[in-house]
Design a protein around this ligand. Structure first.
Ligand code: ZN
Ligand code: ZN
Length: 257
């Protein structure tokens, strides 16, 4: 089954391509399911430069809903889950097909926000990252956790990273929220993620994973699918597949469908 549930667009400000361009690409490549998960804004446009504008949400949602294709096109968001905003995200889930979460920022004790991409995370940030990711899985709102190993962008795989892999995969089991093997890190060519040692550690706890390309360009929608499938199969993961029950995304083992 060919699918991608982690897809961006021009709406987030750091991606390119309209919603219809991604749907065209999916149709050309023979996708079975395409899901859009644009970076969800906050009402005060927190993290504004890297998120869709709050005022663009109706337009984004209308564009996705307007896509009528031979395969299901799902409407979702990638959220930066914060416990203080639980109600906001719960309301959002009420009107879309699914949410996923990625932890792109952690708040330091001095109030600054650290990111794994530009400056990188220190050890304290990694601990905060683990807590934030577990909060998201525990929320009951998300279908999967995006790029759980993104914190490794500027860091070596050390004992703390091993701890992260153990804790995140344990939480994944406890809350039934699968982890995602993400192709965008391969494309960026920076190493970091998906990280083989991280996923080896995850594999001790669970044998299931979701695959996404995290495309920010229509040409990237399909580009790394072969790479992430190979990555998953080399570590003997079973890849989950999407199903839609009553407008709600669910993920199943291939054999159950
Ligand atoms: Zn992005
Ligand atoms: Zn993303």
């Amino acid at each position: 089954m060919l699918y991608n549930l982690h897809t961006h667009s021009f709406y987030c400000g750091h991606g390119t391509g309209r919603i219809s361009d991604y749907a065209d690409e999916a149709q050309e490549k023979g996708f079975d399911v395409l899901g859009f998960s644009e970076h969800c804004p906050f009402p005060d446009d927190l993290f504004g430069k890297t998120r869709m504008a709050y005022s663009s949400m109706p337009s984004y949602e209308a564009d996705v809903r307007a896509e009528k294709r031979p395969f299901p096109v799902l409407l979702g968001y990638e959220i930066d889950y914060l416990k203080t905003m639980h109600g906001y995200f719960a309301d959002l889930l009420g009107r879309v097909n699914y949410l996923i979460a990625g932890v792109h920022f952690v708040e330091r004790p001095d109030g600054d926000w650290a990111t794994p991409f530009s400056t990188g995370f220190d050890d304290g940030d990694v601990s905060r990252y683990i807590d934030r990711a577990i909060d998201a899985m525990q929320s009951g709102l998300i279908s999967f956790l995006a790029h759980p190993d993104v914190f490794l962008c500027k860091r070596p795989f050390d004992s703390l990273a091993r701890t992260a892999a153990r804790e995140l995969s344990a939480a994944s089991l406890e809350y039934s929220v699968p982890l995602e093997i993400n192709g965008n890190g391969i494309l960026k060519g920076k190493g970091g993620y998906p990280h083989p040692l991280f996923w080896e550690e995850v594999r001790r706890n669970t044998d299931i994973a979701v695959l996404s390309t995290d495309a920010h360009n229509p040409a990237h929608l399909h580009k790394t699918i072969g790479d992430i499938r190979k990555f998953a199969s080399e570590l003997d993961f079973t890849v989950l597949e999407p199903a839609i029950d009553d407008c709600r995304l669910t993920l199943r083992r291939e054999t159950e469908s």
